[in-house]
Design a protein around this ligand. Structure first.
Ligand code: AMP
Length: 111
């Protein structure tokens, strides 16, 4: 089982900020902004490259819920959403996840 599957199942503890039947959001262990959250589907999808039409409802639910998670984290002045996919993007955990970064002005460069 991958690291985020273990977090989703509760085998590894996390600092949860949101959970429902299909998705989970928790604080990144190595925050790169005052607010740095990770949002994951509980089902194992290795990365964005693994998303198929079958995941349509799940992906829609993720994107409907991310603004709510950001709002509840106090990010009323904006935030950045990132999903690293594959080696060139330095994806380090092979389970689809979205970084929500905020709490300060982001830099204009994204890479
Ligand atoms: P990525 O590099 O895009 O794959 O992002 C993986 C993220 O997971 C990194 O920002 C790590 O700091 C974070 N991370 C790794 N282990 C944990 C953990 N046990 N709890 C919370 N975040 C973690």
């Amino acid at each position: 089982m991958c690291l985020f599957c273990k977090i989703a199942s509760g085998e590894i503890p996390s600092s949860k900020v949101y959970e429902d039947d299909t998705i989970l959001a928790f604080r990144d262990i190595n925050p790169q902004a005052p607010v740095h959250l990770l949002v994951i589907p509980k089902a194992h999808i290795p990365s964005l490259d693994g998303v198929t039409a079958e995941h349509g409802a799940l992906i829609a639910h993720l994107f409907e819920t991310i603004p709510q998670i950001a709002r509840e984290a106090g990010l009323t002045n904006g935030y950045r959403l990132i999903s690293n996919c594959g080696p060139d993007a330095c994806q380090s955990v092979p389970h689809l996840h979205f970084h929500i970064l905020g709490g300060r002005a982001m830099t204009e460069t994204m890479a």
